[in-house]
Design a protein around this ligand. Sequence first.
Ligand code: FAD
Ligand code: NAI
Length: 476
Amino acid sequence: MAHQNFDVVVIGGGPGGYIAAIRCAQLGLNTACIDEWKNAAGGPAPGGTCTNVGCIPSKALLQSSEHYEHAARHFAEHGIGLKDLSIDVAKMVARKDAVVKQNNDGILYLLKKNKVAFFHGRGSFVKAVEGGFDVKVAGAAEATLTARQVIVATGSTARALPGLPFDEARVLSNDGALRIGAVPKKLGVIGSGVIGLEMGSVWRRLGAEVTVLEALPDFLGAADEQVAKEAWKAFAKQGLKIELGVKVGEVKAGKKGVSVPYTDAKGGAHTLEVDQLIVSIGRVPNTAGLEAQAVGLKLDDRGAVVVDDDCRTSVPGIWAVGDVVRGPMLAHKAEEEGVAVAERIAGQHGHVNFNTIPWVIYTSPEIAWVGQTEQQLKAAGRAYRAGSFPFLANGRARALGDTTGFVKILADAATDEILGMHIVGPMASELIAEGVVAMEFKASSEDLARICHAHPSLSEATKEAALAVDKRTLNF
Ligand code: FAD
Ligand code: NAI
């Protein structure tokens, strides 16, 4: 078995791991990255959950289904007539797979370009050795690597309902939800979190009758209440059924479908009969098979690697980033941590600002936010001013025919520093970047209000929301 020495070995090639490996290599560290994900042909498919069964494929299907919905429901108002509209699900899924492959190939190219040694297989700790750690690679590339420093970036996997394993035919995780072969007549979703809303939207747009069952009494509890309310209205109008405050009983999956008994918020008993069921009730850190105990690496009771604010684990020389540690399970959070850790290993001062990590839900309307919500500010007793501007009053949104929602800005009452930006509406995913930059530079709402924004553009709604903080909108 081959034996090689490295400055840094990264276990996991998702957005946390492969970005950490590239940054380490850029900083002159001799770096290896181990990833076990296989494509359909058994070859390497780096990029992790994000690239293979997460961010990228879900956005590909969201795009396809949005085109379909536009053609079916909105082309007519532009004077565009269509006959015989149809959807070829196999082709849509094949396009999604091609997009995934482009990203896998892109990452392999980037690793090579940056001279990161890539090992396709499972990495596990063997033991601590003089000045580092031995890590075994099992799989296509069998090897033992000795590393001065190790970065664990092994990500997360879908959480199943107790007693209901994923079969990916009737009971689907995010993986199966991204490769449904034909539009189901009835689709059930458990959990109205990010995956439930995004994947529920895809199949609802394509004609499935979608029912989402959520345990909590509030919809999108992490979002600003006003945003959640607006999104709720829009989803209801689209026909996405969401029931809150439910208690799901013992689910039965048979050959023909899935039976989901549940009690509603008032205690009424129901059974939801569906063709397929997506279970999206959160994700669990992935540390199985890592042999963490071989080096004394401390895990918490969820199996997450315990780290401090700087991603240092309980073992000096071992770091951990991304979904496998505390904090939001987001690709860009994983990447930021990966870069910061690489810089710390190289003796620099890597930094992640956890207050300015944006959240985006790619439904229609899109939902995006950064910083604090109004309810968080109230709970903290912080004096603030709020300003919002509806897309209904924005010329570009009217031209697009997409006027749902608003931009809302929250600013400190005394200093005017922006404390949060919340958007529900068209291209919220892109617009939120302005809020992130503003907050990173500690801008005031007046700063934003004084910046020239292109006309006509959706970004003018951001400027107007900043003006609204001072009660001086120009176009509303
Ligand atoms: P992962 O991406 O999970 O990568 C971990 C990698 O390590 C995997 O390739 C795994 O095979 C490998 N691995 C694990 N153990 C070992 C081992 N012992 N040896 C070798 N390799 C190993 N986030 C967003 O920011 N935006 C989105 O739009 C978004 N959409 C999502 C949609 C869905 C359906 C899902 C499920 C998630 C989505 N996420 C999104 C979340 C995002 O995918 C994760 O936050 C991100 O992938 C975490 O990156 P990571 O590098 O920590 O882990
Ligand atoms: P989630 O945490 O977003 O939502 C899970 C939902 O399921 C919660 O609302 C929870 O109350 C509910 N729930 C839990 N147990 C339940 C039960 N027994 N019955 C009914 N409801 C129950 O988790 P999700 O949607 O699985 O996504 C996982 C993570 O992946 C997200 O938190 C996010 O970090 C990431 N992601 C990010 C995306 C993005 O950035 N656009 C897209 C998709 C996923």
